[in-house]
Design a protein around this ligand. Structure first.
Ligand code: PHE
Length: 442
């Protein structure tokens, strides 16, 4: 895409941004974190953070992108504040780490597509997941996912995939609604809903400190925030666009798909007698493989489901890979295709430990999401709230009629709410992370 270009259609931008947002984060990561962090209490904190932190920061990225017409590295220079490039660099490092293991999980999805169509989940869904997740197969399919992403970027056939994304979002929604409807008829549904949807105020308050890092990390991850992806996408939109409306569509869609995924996973887990926290990173895979095995036509249904999940994962993977590649090409003045191939090779190697041992996957995932993305969000909110407020307000007002009230709320949130919440989160995340490393690796 040429730097000066703008999206041909309104829907083009929304689809690309939604394609980035909707991915493994919604369907794989959200239900498993909810299960590990206590169900409904986590859900409430997560939703509060999406609205109170996610939306304002998404608008920050949109404003920076459209105002500067640049990618995240060039943007701060263009806006006259080159020192803040550091925020872009933190995001690029996060993107690098996230992509290395996103590809591993993408490889699991490919394995499940194959197993669905060949009826190969085996008798024990948990055992099958473990054999998929780590080891030689996991490494090989990680390589396949990585090659696919790099190949598509290098060959420039992204357009085809973006068309597939148009089909992906509605198909994912229909499949999830259907599966959630089926889940509602299962024995474990009642217990699952009360676990997932009935928050208990005392638990929320009591566990807030442990929930906050995971919920905030997930809010950033699922909306593809903190990596400059939305800055890059918004650098191609015209001034006639209403940023607020576009942000609303993306957040509602992304959140709805995550909520639906929870409505699918928990009834299936409870019915199979698996504790919600026990499935861990395997929750979605274990619960669905178990279910597809019993359903009439489950092989086809499973195949279609995992295929759609793969498309969702690919459209998100592009957006991350793009940031990594453009960071390298812009910084070192090298060509795109060799960079894409070289980066894919490096990322493949960096991701290998996470395909050997799930503790490494956690180690990468927690560091990138709960620490780096939060740090990047903190810097972005301070930049707009305290350094670049006037221009940012003006930018947000473009493309809509405004009496300035929403801008005022946005600015107040960015000045006083977001930095405080994220600074507390960051401190907790660092503390938790040290504890996690000691427990898992020492
Ligand atoms: N938001 C994507 C998802 O939910 C994941 C993603 C993370 C995409 C980071 C880009 C960057 O799967």
């Amino acid at each position: 895409m040429d730097e000066r270009a703008t999206w041909a259609t309104r829907i083009g931008f929304i689809l690309a941004a939604a394609g980035s947002a909707v991915g493994l984060g919604n369907i794989w990561r959200f239900p498993f974190l909810t299960g590990e962090s206590g169900g409904a209490a986590f859900l409430v904190v997560y939703l509060l953070l999406v609205v109170g932190v996610g939306v304002p920061v998404l608008l920050v990225e949109f404003v920076i992108g459209r105002r500067s017409n640049r990618n995240p590295i060039g943007a701060f220079e263009r806006l006259g504040h080159p020192g803040w490039k550091a925020a872009g660099a933190v995001g690029a490092i996060a993107a690098f780490i996230i992509f290395s293991y996103y590809s591993v999980v993408g490889g699991w999805v490919i394995q499940y597509v194959v197993a669905s169509f060949t009826g190969g989940y085996g008798a024990d869904a948990e055992a099958f997941f473990l054999s998929t997740a780590s080891g030689t197969n996991a490494i090989a399919y990680h390589g396949l996912f990585m090659t696919t992403v790099a190949g598509i970027v290098a060959l420039g056939i992204r357009n085809g995939l973006e068309k597939a994304a148009t089909v992906m979002v509605p198909t994912v929604v229909v499949l999830l609604v259907g599966l959630a409807g089926y889940g509602a008829t299962l024995d474990g549904a009642g217990a699952a809903y009360s676990y997932y949807l009935a928050p208990d105020l005392s638990t929320i308050v009591g566990d807030a400190v442990s929930i906050l890092p995971a919920a905030a990390g997930q809010a950033f991850y699922t909306l593809s925030l903190g990596m400059g992806i939305m800055i890059t996408y918004a650098s191609y939109i015209g001034e006639d666009r209403n940023l607020l409306q576009d942000a609303g569509v993306i957040v509602v869609l992304d959140t709805a798909i995550a909520l639906l995924a929870g409505l699918v996973v928990f009834p299936f887990l409870f019915t199979q007698g698996i504790e919600p926290g026990e499935g861990g990173a395997g929750s979605i895979f274990i619960s669905l493989a178990g279910a597809f095995q019993q359903l009439p036509g489950g092989e086809i249904l499973g195949g279609v489901f995992f295929l759609m999940l793969l498309v969702a994962a690919l459209t998100s993977a592009f957006s991350i890979f793009e940031v990594v590649v453009s960071y390298v090409t812009d910084t070192f003045d090298v060509d795109r295709v060799p960079t894409a191939i070289g980066m894919a090779a490096v990322l493949f190697v960096v991701g290998i430990p996470t395909a050997i041992d799930l503790s490494y996957l956690d180690a990468y995932d927690l560091f990138a999401n709960n620490i780096l993305l939060i740090l990047s969000g903190l810097l972005l909110s301070i930049f707009i709230g305290w350094v670049y407020a006037g221009e940012a307000i003006e930018e947000l007002g473009k493309g809509r009629t405004s009496d300035g009230r929403i801008e005022a709320v946005w600015l107040t949130t960015l000045r006083y709410v977001v930095p405080v919440v994220l600074a507390i989160t960051l401190a907790l995340s660092v503390r938790d992370y040290i504890g996690f490393l000691q427990e898992s690796f020492l």
